[in-house]
Design a binder for this molecule. Structure first.
Ligand code: ADP
Ligand code: MG
Length: 252
């Protein structure tokens, strides 16, 4: 048996002394898509941030490994270079940089620059934009300036496609995500995975609609910083029907 791609073992994490994750265990193998669901404030975004090594969160116990290697002491940059991808939520400060400029920098940080020329990046970019149904002009637009929810999601998927991560973390918390934007994410993840069959993905969502498109291999319910149930796609259907109340009462 080979090591899991990404494994969390009994991870506890807090922010500013506030306990958020309270013993999370999770194992993602090559090529698997995991969905993480749960009510607002459960700790879903925190979990994604902790895996990425966000300095605002402190892991007080447990282990996070990438292919068996403990990554606890790794910086976010190191984790990104090692193949963990977290779609950036752009701060305003980054505006003025175009989509293609940003991608080129991100790719250079992830893949050896010698590996591909500027022209090759352009070609690969054009190919993926076409595949994702994006207008070529989009590449020249400034990041985040007047992007619709759907455009921001497309751009995240585009980053994922070009960066070729080993494991992609996608946090779909943005308000105002309509059904089209959700489909973009779902189809995007699927087509990126088709191109890179070993890529693992952890998709944070509370939209069942997304899961109907995405068909995750595993669904986990996070309540109060703990995974209270794991199952297959049918678990998402149960949530859709019954909400989180029955888990909330037990795990409050
Ligand atoms: N930096 C922080 N400092 C203090 N509390 C935080 C911080 N980040 C998140 N929290 C709290 O942790 C809980 C989980 O937040 P979050 O991970 O964003 O949940 P979710 O993504 O599931 O909605 C919330 O109660 C939130 O207020
Ligand atoms: Mg969140």
């Amino acid at each position: 048996m080979s090591e899991p791609l990404l494994e969390l073992r009994d991870v506890y994490a807090d922010a500013d002394g506030v306990p958020i994750l309270r013993g999370v265990s999770l194992s993602v193998n090559d090529g698997e898509v995991h969905a993480l669901m749960g009510p607002n404030g459960a700790g879903k975004s925190t979990l994604a941030s902790v895996i990425m090594g966000h300095p605002g969160y402190h892991v007080s116990a447990g282990r996070i490994t990438l292919r068996g290697e403990d990554i606890s002491s790794w910086t976010p940059d190191h984790r990104a270079r090692a193949g963990i991808f977290l779609a950036f939520q752009y701060p305003e400060a980054i505006s003025g940089v175009s989509v293609v400029q940003f991608l080129r920098q991100a790719i250079a940080a992830r893949r050896a620059l010698s590996e591909l020329s500027v022209l090759e990046v352009r070609l690969e970019l054009a190919e993926w934009m076409d595949r994702l149904g994006m207008e070529p002009a989009f590449a020249e637009r400034h990041l985040n300036e007047g992007f619709s929810g759907g455009e921001r999601k497309r751009n995240e998927v585009l980053q994922m496609a070009l960066l070729r991560p080993d494991i992609a973390l996608l946090d779909e918390t943005d308000s105002g995500l309509d059904i089209d934007a959700l489909r973009v994410v779902a189809r995007g993840v699927r087509s990126v995975r088709d191109a890179n069959p070993t890529m693992g993905a952890l998709v944070v969502t509370h939209y069942v609609t997304l899961l109907n498109e995405l068909h995750p291999d595993h669904v986990h319910i996070l309540v109060n910083g703990r995974i209270v149930e794991s199952g297959g796609e049918e678990l998402a259907t149960t949530i859709d029907r019954e909400g989180y109340d029955s888990w909330r009462e037990v795990h409050a």
